[in-house]
Design a protein around this ligand. Structure first.
Ligand SMILES: [Zn+2]
Length: 312
């Protein structure tokens, strides 16, 4: 599907007064193309300032002919661990040389982990948020478009609470593909244009909600191809996986979720779901969190631990 097929979808997120004239747009894109000729593109930060149609046209021109060869939940360029002290040599990005992490019970010093929760669509497990607030445990919340549409008041409430970092889980909750490849029966985005919309329209929606552009993007199902990973990076969105899928897509009973959390190691990014109130995720978290706090485990937002310049 060509970029021209998408103006209706883009229009809803356009900012009034920011549309460039066709001549200026052409000049701007030409300038970007020149600046982006090298693998390290010095002009990337300005991409997010373009209106969505122009931004999409630029990225379609840049990536439209590329056929991905890889498909998985932790491709190179994906953030899967925190680059915390005590995990020296692990920069936190999949594909780099990894050193086995220190176990929680080791002498390695303070243990730092990031709790992350996906809100894919449907329900809302308010007990998870209440528990995090009760225990003052920070977390990063990956909000998808379907969940935002179903829970506008709750989204505003979470966005206003500094205990939570708000992150991007995609406008339509699709795996990150440029060819429509599926994972777990969920079809991925089908083109570069569709993937740009998946990432960028939700990033802009979240920026409007929180006042700050999100830094981290997690694909639905975690699966992505390598072209999508590069596009997300161009958009300033770090593709984020996890170290431990602690509730296995909200399919695990509470005791197993708790066991997974209690086995966490320094630098782990722990993934649970906050949109399945009948799953074991909330009860498992309640069973494990007091013990982790008793052990002195430190919980951080992803942006607290990950240098913006260190994940490209
Ligand atoms: Zn999801």
């Amino acid at each position: 599907m060509a970029a021209a097929d998408w103006p209706g979808r883009f229009a809803q997120w356009d900012v009034p007064g920011r549309t460039l004239s066709p001549v200026l747009t052409a000049l701007f894109i030409a300038l970007l193309s020149l600046l982006c000729a090298s693998p390290t593109c010095a002009a990337e930060p300005v991409l997010a300032a373009l209106p969505l149609p122009e931004l999409t046209a630029h990225l379609v021109a840049r990536y439209g002919g590329q056929q991905p060869a890889q498909w998985g939940p932790a491709l190179p360029g994906t953030l899967t661990r925190l680059p915390v002290s005590g995990v020296s040599g692990v920069p936190g990005v999949s594909g780099a040389s990894a050193v086995p992490p220190a176990p929680l019970a080791s002498k390695a010093g303070p243990v730092t982990v990031a709790l992350t929760f996906d809100a894919c669509g449907g329900g809302y497990d308010a007990t998870i948020i209440a528990l995090l607030r009760e225990l003052r445990v920070p977390a990063t919340l990956f909000l998808a478009g379907p969940w935002l549409a179903a829970h506008p008041a709750e989204a505003a409430d979470l966005a206003a609470d500094p205990l939570f970092e708000i992150a991007n889980h995609g406008a339509r909750h699709r795996p990150a593909s440029v060819t429509g490849r599926a994972a777990y029966g969920i079809r991925g985005t089908r083109t570069v244009a569709e993937f740009v919309d998946e990432v960028e329209s939700n990033a802009r929606r979240l920026a409007a909600l929180t006042g700050a552009r999100p830094r981290f993007y997690r694909a639905a199902t975690l699966f992505s191809d390598e072209v999508a990973v590069r596009i997300a990076a161009d958009l300033g969105q770090t593709v984020t996986g996890c170290t431990v899928a602690a509730d296995a897509g909200a399919t695990l009973p509470a005791p197993v979720v708790a066991r997974n959390l209690l086995a966490a190691r320094n630098g782990d990014i722990l993934l649970l779901h906050m949109n399945k109130p009948n799953a074991g995720s909330g009860a498992g978290l309640r069973a494990a969190l007091p013990e982790l706090l008793r052990r002195g485990v430190r919980f951080v937002h992803l942006s607290d631990a990950v240098d913006p310049a260190g994940v490209r």
